[in-house]
Ligand binder design. Structure first.
Ligand SMILES: NC(=O)C1=CN([C@@H]2O[C@H](COP(=O)(O)OP(=O)(O)OC[C@H]3O[C@@H](n4cnc5c(N)ncnc54)[C@H](OP(=O)(O)O)[C@@H]3O)[C@@H](O)[C@H]2O)[C@@H](O)CC1
Ligand SMILES: [K+]
Length: 498
């Protein structure tokens, strides 16, 4: 099943259409009830717990007041309602104010002296227009220090639902442990700062019929998007069935980078794996003697899927190897130094765009160089930046980072796996190796990028679940974990198909 992500403009459109066919206020009723149920689940069995509800001036505040009215029947609810000095509340928010006022919730301006058992964040949702300041900012500052669960309604206040950026400059947002989001899921909860601030995300459709939803802006990447490429291995298979991968890079002093990529390709199922070194490199890898070491200058680039860039450096030999690789018809994964060489060369850019058949895997700085912009601009709208990279270079673009964004043509997906353990040297080489391996096994570019990114993150998640990281997780540990995750996926999906 697909997991769609909608822009704020789309959510507004869906809401308008749905509300036109319903009694006024029904959608807020549903949102309030669903959020109150979610809060009750977080509190667990019992009664009389201290719940702090922060309600803002708009309909997000209305949702919060509905939650307060529901929870007040069982819990000790304290409400801080920031009314703002703008327009009058909407019909449904006015009704929520009345309901909460008629309940046993206590209204106050001051934060309780003791930390509550649960905070409900209903300050701002998709109507946030500027950074938090004044009292709202003070409240967020304080609750961000709490250790209790924080349930954000629709989205953490202060976050941009489209981009996952904290609305700034010098912005602040609620660090929620959980977010219950209404009508449809939003990209900003899953990329950039979104994963840090939104916590666990639950989506509540408010019983709006699916035919009122437009095509999604993006998809959350889950194995359902590439499951059709997962194949159990036939008894009669041989190594030739699973393709060749060559990792091209490893300038003097950087031989480890292609070796990491090569191991990743090997452990995720490529038939034969080469490490092709720009400068004379090791004759073989004693830890992984299955990897065949070659000099890139003499390697026939037409015989393998090519992963270009790990530790490649910037020498004339590196440029020569890149040009030769572009002239081959092989599928390419382009990473690291190869991306920087391309960013500096209009000629390489033109050749890449003309040949196509490539996955680019930049981190935000490499993406900024390729696009001729700054990192903050890339990060301010990661979906747009990935789109632009894909369009400009006629490739599948993988913009790495928390909530990696994968784009091709008009398709965009946001990855759902991974953790801060990946923020360490060499993990990019492993990702590139996995993508190359899937390509070599016959996966199309789009699925190889989606699958590679998902597997790489899931491998890190698996290691962390087992106590390996996030602190101190090393890139070299990922390939074995990726192998385990891939085999589990194949078992799960191959069984489903049979
Ligand atoms: N859409 C739906 O389908 C449904 C929506 N629902 C809920 O409604 C939410 C959207 O409601 P919304 O449009 O009223 O916007 P919301 O986020 O409450 O904020 C707007 C208010 O905040 C103010 N304001 C803005 N920024 C500010 C700042 N930095 N600092 C201070 N003030 C600031 C702004 O005032 P102004 O900019 O005019 O000064 C205005 O008063 C949505 O997220 C969901 O929770 C559900 O009930 C279910 C159905
Ligand atoms: K909120």
């Amino acid at each position: 099943m697909q997991h769609p992500l909608f822009s704020v403009a789309q959510i507004r459109g869906i809401e308008r259409t749905a509300a036109a066919g319903l009694e006024p206020g029904i959608l807020m009723d549903r949102a309030g009830r669903a959020a109150a149920d979610h809060a009750a689940d977080l509190l667990g069995p019992g009664t009389g717990r201290a719940v702090l509800v922060l309600a803002g001036p708009g309909n997000n505040g209305g949702d919060a007041l509905e939650v307060a009215a529901h929870l007040a029947a069982r819990e000790q609810v304290t409400v801080i309602h920031l009314r703002g000095d703008g327009a009058q509340p909407s019909f449904e928010t006015a009704r929520a104010i009345e309901r909460a006022g008629a309940s046993s919730a206590t209204f106050t301006d001051a934060l309780p002296s003791a930390e509550p058992d649960l905070v409900i964040d209903g300050l701002f949702g998709i109507g946030l227009t500027r950074p938090l300041e004044g009292r709202g900012r003070e409240l967020v500052d304080t609750i961000n220090e709490y250790g209790c669960p924080v349930l954000a309604l629709d989205l953490p206040s202060g976050l941009d639902a489209d981009t996952g950026a904290v609305v700034g400059p010098d912005g602040i947002a609620v660090r929620a442990s959980h977010t219950i989001t209404f009508i449809g899921d939003k990209p900003g909860l899953h990329t950039n700062e979104g994963r840090e601030y939104a916590g666990q995300v639950a989506v509540v459709g408010l019983d709006i019929s699916q035919d009122q939803f437009p095509p999604a802006t993006a998809l959350l990447s889950t194995p359902d998007l590439f499951a059709h490429c997962l194949r159990a291995r036939g008894q009669n298979a041989n190594k030739g069935t699973f393709g060749n991968v060559a990792i091209v890079g490893g300038a003097h002093g950087m031989t480890g980078a292609p070796m990491l990529g090569a191991r990743a390709a090997l452990f995720t199922g490529a038939g034969r794996v080469f490490a092709a070194f720009v400068d004379p490199g090791p004759a073989y890898d004693s830890t992984q003697p299955e990897v065949m070491c070659r000099l890139a200058g003499g390697f026939d680039f037409g015989t393998a899927t090519l992963v270009l860039g790990p530790g490649m450096g910037h020498s004339p030999d590196a440029v020569r190897d890149l040009l030769r690789a572009f002239e081959s018809a092989s599928p390419l994964v382009i990473d690291a130094d190869a991306l920087n060489l391309i960013a500096n060369s209009p000629d390489l850019q033109q050749r890449l765009t003309q040949r196509g058949n490539a996955i680019l895997t930049p981190h935000p700085l490499e993406a900024a160089r390729l696009l001729g912009m700054t990192v903050p601009i890339v990060q301010a709208d990661r979906l747009a930046a990935a789109h632009e990279l894909a369009a400009r270079f006629n490739a599948v673009a993988v913009l790495k980072g928390s909530g990696t964004v994968i784009a091709h043509g008009d398709q965009v997906a946001v990855n759902s796996t991974g953790n801060p353990g990946l923020a360490t040297a060499g993990t990019g080489d492993v990702l590139a190796g996995i993508c190359g391996s899937l390509l070599a096994q016959g996966w199309p570019l789009w699925e190889a990028a989606l699958g590679g990114v998902w597997l790489h993150g899931a491998a890190a998640d698996r290691l962390v679940r087992r106590g390996i990281g996030p602190i101190g997780l090393t890139a070299g540990e990922l390939p074995l974990a990726a192998r385990a995750v891939l085999n589990e996926l194949v078992r799960r999906y191959a069984r489903r198909r049979s």
